[in-house]
Design a protein around this ligand. Sequence first.
Ligand code: SAH
Length: 390
Amino acid sequence: MYKQVILSKNKEESLLRKHPWVFSGAIDLIDEEILDGDIVTVFDSKEKFLGTGHFQNATIAVRILSFEETELDQKFFNHILSEAIELRKTLGLFSKENSICRIVHGEGDGLPGLIIDFYNGIAVIQCHSIGMYQMIELISQALQNSLGESLKAIYSKSSETLHNKEGIVDSYIWGTCKTPHKAKENGIRFSIDWVTGQKTGFFIDQRENRKLLSKYATGKKVLNTFCYSGGFSLFALKAGASEVHSLDSSKKAIELTENNIHLNKLTENHFSIVADAMEYMKTVDNSFDVIILDPPAFAKHRDKRHQAIQGYKRLNEMAIRSIKPGGIIFTFSCSQVVDKNLFTHTIIAAAINSGRKIRILEQLHQPADHPINAFHPEGEYLKGLVIQVS
Ligand code: SAH
């Protein structure tokens, strides 16, 4: 028997629509001795069963893992993880040319609070809830069961996402692997370090957009701002760009980029810049044919949305002003609170301010291994546009 959470009257509606979050304000009664991370069963005010999930004393008080009366045991994780992995196999993401993918994308895979990224044999687990962290042994076993021989090690990296809570350490929980470790995205090799790198070591979510850039980059002079480990730069170089300039404010990121460029023997025509993107954009002449703008989330919370919009507008306006006539801009936002429409309007406003005409050529989003649970639209976070500036 799990501990119980009973909702106030008429607060069950979102759960009946299979939205997996219970906000603290919706709760009427909870077991007294409940602790962060406990598994709880949620009932409506008439004590009708609604779902089972993880409790945390926070705004999102319960994250539902099952809307059926099931136990969250080994069998549960075996089933849900094998389904998630099967999807990635169908998508062709476990192949000779591609050994990088996201195996579990939180709510999108029915596992709120859990991210698992895969880098050529290594699974990196990132928990966003204590409850999920407490299930890491079950998750680890389920990964071994589903991936078999293709799994070499499992690394747990949750100390940052769980705010350095006592007792949470980053370490291998099964097997071990020296970092950096090499893996491939669409035929290009990347050296990935989940121990010291940002997030789980690599921005997997831009895979399809990097591939798309290949189409636009041949013979072109490209500026890749916010480059991190150089993903966009590598695809542009591979496609035969005449020059690629990679920019990041982090020296470490530029080192990662340069390593990856060496690894693929694409050093010719590549230039590195350590600088603040906003400052650098002020100095850009009209010589770039293609500019990539992939900043970190400018707004992590709704109350920062207005400020974020101003930031996106300023950055994009500078790029639109300074690009060569006929040039192409790949522009992104990964702020969840800035939706597709708002982002598009922001880019249009930036174009109006710049006095130049733009056309939207492509509308971009997160890839299929970062699926959106249709009952949890908040899962949509990455959006982008390819625009042409006349
Ligand atoms: N496009 C990358 C991912 C970008 S992540 C890829 O395909 O992998 C965002 C990057 O922006 C980080 O590397 C961070 O160091 C960098 N960054 C953050 N603020 C910046 C700023 N003001 N100017 C330039 N780079 C910045």
